[in-house]
Design a protein around this ligand. Sequence first.
Ligand code: AMP
Ligand code: MG
Length: 443
Amino acid sequence: MRLPEKESSFMSTAQQPLHPSLDQIASCVSGYDPDALPVASAQQVIRSFIRPVDSVEKLAIRAALDRVLAADIISPINVPAHDNSAMDGYAIRSADLDDKDVSLQVVGTAYAGRAFSGDVGPGQCLRIMTGAIMPPACDTVVPQEFTRDGNAQSVTIPAGVVRAGDNRRFAGEDLAAGSIALAKGKILRPADLGLLASLGIAEVPVQRRLRVAFFSTGDELRSIGEALDEGCVYDSNRYTLYGMLRRLGCDIVDMGVVRDEPQALEEAFRSAAENADAIITSGGVSVGAADYTRHMMAKLGDVCFWKIGMRPGRPMAFGHISSGGRGAYLFGLPGNPVAVMVTFYFFAREALLHMMGASPAPLPLMSVVSSSAIRKKPGRTEYQRAILSTAADGSRSVSITGAQGSGILRSMSEANCMVVLHHEQGQVAAGDMVDVILFEGLL
Ligand code: AMP
Ligand code: MG
């Protein structure tokens, strides 16, 4: 169970003493009740308690995809560098335009990357390609297809086809030199790599990857390859956690299954605290007789135990534990396979992103018609697995994937979204609008 020693560069704010304590933070949350805690209050406590890990590395821009930017990137240049043409056509002086057709003399051609060096005088124009530098005297581009009778010597501009300033891109209109091109905390997406390349930037500072250790607890759990004794189940949580953590870009330490036994649990928690920035466990946080996890967590640090007003989910532990002078944030998730995923997405995900130094926007909700009635009591948040579909006429609707038991992982696998039924919300009638969170994003 012992893991390799954490490298010295892994020392981080996550291991420093934390102030204030969970009790102090909880006392600032109005109506805080650990035995009936609304989702939003639990998220508020977590957000106030978490501190980002402070350690930076420099990476070539391709390697920085999906990583968190550790400093503002200031544009060293104007993008585009010069005023240039947005179209293939003719660069003209708008003073030459008239309310009747005008014929202009063509003095040459400007190509992208090959500027025209001469002057464009009154009554003259320049054939110009998209991206070519605008001659200083010209302020407007007439697209090729709007012109008539063009040849090497002259071209006719029909009346009214352009206004002054049309089809000209200004130097710096994408980004001005000295302005912030990308802000610290941004997770770098494909567009950002392109933007960095457009500035000629080869390397960027990014936050180091977060190291997250996880293990499953429960005597009934078997790992793949082991015989499934009577009453036992294969451990699936370590696989969903693996997938979710990898998608977040974490370095992961899979510590396997830990028996419901105090000494094994203590050893696992200590080892994880010494070797990771965050620990995620599943199972053992309810009040079942064999759930030693709670006692062990409480013994090793500042941990609170919540019954959250949500479904699935409910029992969850959160805090910070230490061992041997090192420490890690702790997320004690429930054991049921769907509850693990839901509590990960709605509590651990944002917290881990904050630890990574990211500034995550709230998960985007989409409002869609519910194709059937959904039973729901006010006073808790429900996350129902669902399928969002688009009919032949383009209209969208969402339907729940049948049984919503928190152990039914198949319906999570079949779903492409979750319907979020908010804390105060009551019954949903067929045809009502509901909020959904999609599982897949584009970027
Ligand atoms: P617990 O929270 O430990 O009481 O577990 C609740 C339920 O989830 C029990 O039915 C467990 O067998 C099941 N469970 C706990 N951990 C896992 C796991 N890692 N993989 C699959 N099922 C689990
Ligand atoms: Mg258990």
